[in-house]
Ligand binder design. Structure first.
Ligand code: OFO
Length: 171
């Protein structure tokens, strides 16, 4: 059984994951309209992945006797400036998510809730991977600079970094 404190903190994380999904969907739309097919595809995969992150916590809360809440979400931006700025925003957002997961892990230790602590380890590992992917992409963008043909190849190559598997089970 979840304590009300942990239930509240997990519901807060559900909202963060749902907002992450919205942010990446907005990024997908922006990239698609700019003709960056590969970047848009990457963002469409990201939005699905974040929804999966949200659902995983959602189901865990209900399974553990809590009540998973669907709350109102903040609307994301519609304009992300440039591709580089968009990936900088993405990295900053993932760093914020990592911080939030870390705080959640700290609460589970304070409350000696080892089941939730164990459940959250998947998110700790996932955040390391997501931050690393964002940094790798930013390194590539910085290397390309203003080279248009380099950018054309980047848009093609980024598809290889999509690791979302739509066939994978949700939980
Ligand atoms: Fe990329 O944030 Fe979810 O966990």
């Amino acid at each position: 059984m979840l304590s009300s404190n942990i239930e509240k903190a997990l519901n807060k994380q559900i909202k963060i994951e749902a907002e992450s999904s919205q942010i990446y969907l907005a990024m997908a739309s922006w990239a698609e309209l700019k003709g960056m097919e590969g970047v848009a595809e990457f963002m469409y995969a990201q939005t699905d992945e974040e929804r999966m992150h949200m659902l995983k916590i959602f189901k865990f809360v209900n399974e553990r006797g809590g009540h998973a809440i669907v709350s109102e979400l903040d609307a994301p931006s519609t304009d992300f400036g440039s591709t580089k700025e968009m990936f900088e925003t993405l990295l900053k957002h993932e760093e914020f998510v990592s911080q939030s997961i870390n705080e959640l892990v700290a609460i589970t230790l304070e409350e000696k809730d080892y089941a939730t602590h164990n459940f959250l380890q998947w998110y700790v590992a996932e955040q390391i991977e997501e931050e690393a992917t964002a940094r790798t992409i930013l390194d590539k963008i910085n290397l390309i600079g203003d080279d248009r043909s380099g950018f054309y190849h980047f848009d093609k190559d980024i598809k290889a970094m999509i690791n979302f598997n739509p066939q994978a089970p949700i939980v």
